[in-house]
Design a protein around this ligand. Structure first.
Ligand code: 5GP
Length: 189
């Protein structure tokens, strides 16, 4: 049975790089496209980075129960289209959802057999330094992201695995090991 895997973690922790390397190293895994109402950032494309929906479209999809989960984050909606996940799983491919924790917890409720992985920074200080080095945020925005990060880390007990992104290669090795071990699980009736 193909697995549904949730990958969450604070902004700036390095989830994108980890995921990119993981996808290169483990065959049979895809990242599911998700939908959002936030405006595209420079270089982002509809249907590649996100399905960029208007607020009205998103709310219509909610009304039609087309999301496996959805949440509001940073004044925008984000959600996982149910049909995309179902299509991949039906093809026998493991599906990774890179989503924030409110969505992760909804997946926990709706798909109890999903595998939830949380990526944490080595320390809050390390996270602050990474956000500073990224150079995209003002000091106020960084302080705000750090407060959100602390809230998000409260959800760790609901996750199955905790990966610390200190050394990136080690973190990718661990993610790969988790997925391979999950594939080797004896199916429970
Ligand atoms: P960004 O705006 O930086 O692309 O994403 C903001 C946050 O929303 C990130 O933590 C990202 O993982 C999360 N996110 C992206 N797509 C979804 C989704 O479909 N559902 C939920 N709950 N979170 C999402």
């Amino acid at each position: 049975m193909a697995k549904l895997v949730v990958l969450s973690g604070p902004s700036g922790v390095g989830k994108d790089t980890l995921l990119q390397r993981l996808l290169q190293r483990v065959p049979g895994v895809v990242k599911c496209l998700t939908a959002t109402t936030r405006p595209p950032r420079e270089g982002e494309q509809h249907g590649v980075d996100y399905l960029f929906l208007s607020q009205e479209e998103f709310e219509q999809w909610i009304a039609e129960d087309r999301f496996l989960e959805y949440a509001r984050y940073n004044q925008a909606y984000y959600g996982t289209p149910r049909h995309l996940v179902d299509e991949w799983l039906a093809q026998g491919v493991d599906v990774i959802l890179k989503i924030e924790v409110q969505g992760g917890l909804q997946v926990r409720q709706r798909v109890p057999e999903a595998v939830l992985i949380f990526v944490q920074p080595p320390s809050m200080e390390a996270l602050r330094q990474r956000l500073q080095q990224r150079g995209t945020d003002t000091p106020e925005q960084i302080a705000h992201r750090l407060r959100i990060a602390e809230q998000e880390m409260q959800a760790i007990p609901h996750y199955d695995y905790l990966v610390t992104n200190d050394d990136i290669e080690q973190a990718v090795d661990l993610l790969r090991a988790i997925i391979l071990a999950e594939r080797a699980r004896v199916p429970k009736r």
